[in-house]
Unconditional design. Structure first.
Length: 300
């Protein structure tokens, strides 16, 4: 009898091991949840890790207020279905309290403001670890992460000051005020996530599948029509057949033209793609180090 695990079984076992280690080592962990496919997969893995018990930590959503309605609808239904506790921290509250200043201009976004809201949520809830759905293939800054990623007392990340992780041993020791970000699916790729979603038959927001939507082409990024985007001279919306590879703040989350209406078609599309899923994110195009800069400021 062949007892070797398949590729997906190995990734699942590793992720569940990391999730259980985080629950065992930290006193007040939380799992970041955006309603995107990676956080959905991570929450699904967490449910399997502790079944039949409920999740031993809450889900935390940092809400920019500029989400797609479909994302929020899915988030609430998913949380109810798995019986999890959801904590929502709002960027609007950070703006109203003067903690952050909203950007100006036609290309304004609240995505970069999330760091302060997240750090405030960590402090107010006394979380000592936040589990995030970052993957090493997403962006070069995330490729520098460990499974247990240390943050100092200011919530900042120093890529040169991370602990070695030998033989799957994770060091979660910290001084008061410090915290960790934990990345259980760090070794997964976008294709792995989709193959796992197909295997587990995980429901997803319909934004991931091909549909018609009005978009504007802004410097090569297809932005969907929402109340949060203002057109400038020379711009106009046009209907195209699109889908989203990643879901986030509507002001910076670009769509791709696609006819992939089911998971098999999406897997085939991704297998042939040479562009990363964050290639359509307008916020990552602000500078070559945009993601790394945000991570150093406290972004997950």
């Amino acid at each position: 009898m062949d007892y070797r695990l398949s590729h997906l079984q190995q990734l699942e076992a590793e992720a569940i091991y990391v999730i259980r280690e985080a629950a065992a080592q930290f006193k007040r962990p939380a799992m970041l949840f955006s309603g995107g496919k990676d956080s959905i997969t991570m929450a699904w893995l967490a449910r399997k890790a502790f079944w039949p018990a409920k999740l031993p930590f809450p889900l935390l959503h940092v809400d920019t207020g500029h989400n797609f309605p479909e994302t929020i609808e899915y988030r609430d239904q998913f949380v109810a279905d798995i019986g999890a506790r959801l904590i929502v921290s709002y960027v609007q509250d950070s703006i109203d309290s003067g903690r952050v200043v909203e950007e100006k201009g036609y290309n304004k976004s609240r995505n970069g403001l999330q760091s302060v809201t997240l750090l405030d949520a960590i402090e107010s809830n006394k979380f000592d670890a936040c589990l995030g759905g970052g993957r090493r293939d997403e962006e070069k800054a995330r490729a520098k992460e460990r499974f247990f990623s240390h943050r100092d007392e200011f919530g900042q990340w120093d890529p040169k000051n991370q602990r070695p992780e030998l033989w799957d041993l994770f060091n979660g020791r910290m001084h008061p005020g410090e915290n960790f970000r934990v990345f259980p699916i760090s070794n997964w790729t976008e294709l792995d996530v989709w193959m796992y979603i197909r295997q587990e038959n995980i429901p997803l927001p319909n934004l991931y599948f091909s549909h018609k939507r009005r978009v504007v082409d802004r410097e090569g990024v297809l932005l969907a029509e929402t109340p949060f985007i203002s057109l400038v001279s020379g711009e106009s919306y046009e209907e195209r057949t699109i889908r989203f590879r990643t879901i986030g703040d509507a002001t910076c989350t670009g769509a791709i033209e696609s006819d992939s209406a089911d998971i098999d078609a999406i897997i085939e599309e991704i297998s042939a793609s040479r562009i990363t899923e964050r290639g359509g994110r307008a916020d990552d195009k602000r500078s070559e180090s945009a993601m790394e800069d945000r991570k150093k400021q406290g972004y997950f």
